[in-house]
Design a protein around this ligand. Structure first.
Ligand SMILES: [Zn+2]
Length: 106
């Protein structure tokens, strides 16, 4: 499984200088997304009731769509939960999907 769930120019696959905020695994550093979740946690993303979600770009030019993994039904939200932590999924700058925990340090 590739360590990144989004495209990042110049990312080194064996770089582990950043830490997944969910499981603590080392992941390639991303200045743009300093708190993104790793690919293993990415696939655990679920809605508030525990139903697993998938995320993808709508087209080659980007966009964001969340669907239920089991039914492929569209979910009209960027919010997801990974191991009980509320996260926000969105399209990444250069393609792909990035998920980051919603921090309450606002
Ligand atoms: Zn992780």
């Amino acid at each position: 499984m590739p360590p990144l769930t989004f495209f990042q120019p110049g990312a080194q696959p064996d770089d582990a200088s950043q830490t997944c905020p969910i499981c603590g695994k080392g992941v390639p550093a991303s200045p743009r997304y300093p708190n993104y979740v790793c690919s293993a946690c990415f696939v655990e993303a679920a809605d508030e009731d525990g139903y697993l979600l998938d995320f993808h770009n709508i087209s080659m030019t980007g966009g964001f769509e969340a669907v239920y993994r089991a039914t492929r039904q569209r979910r009209d939200s960027h919010i997801c939960y990974i191991r009980g932590i509320q996260c926000y999924a969105n399209e990444a700058r250069f393609g792909g999907i990035v998920i980051q925990p919603i921090s309450d340090k606002s």
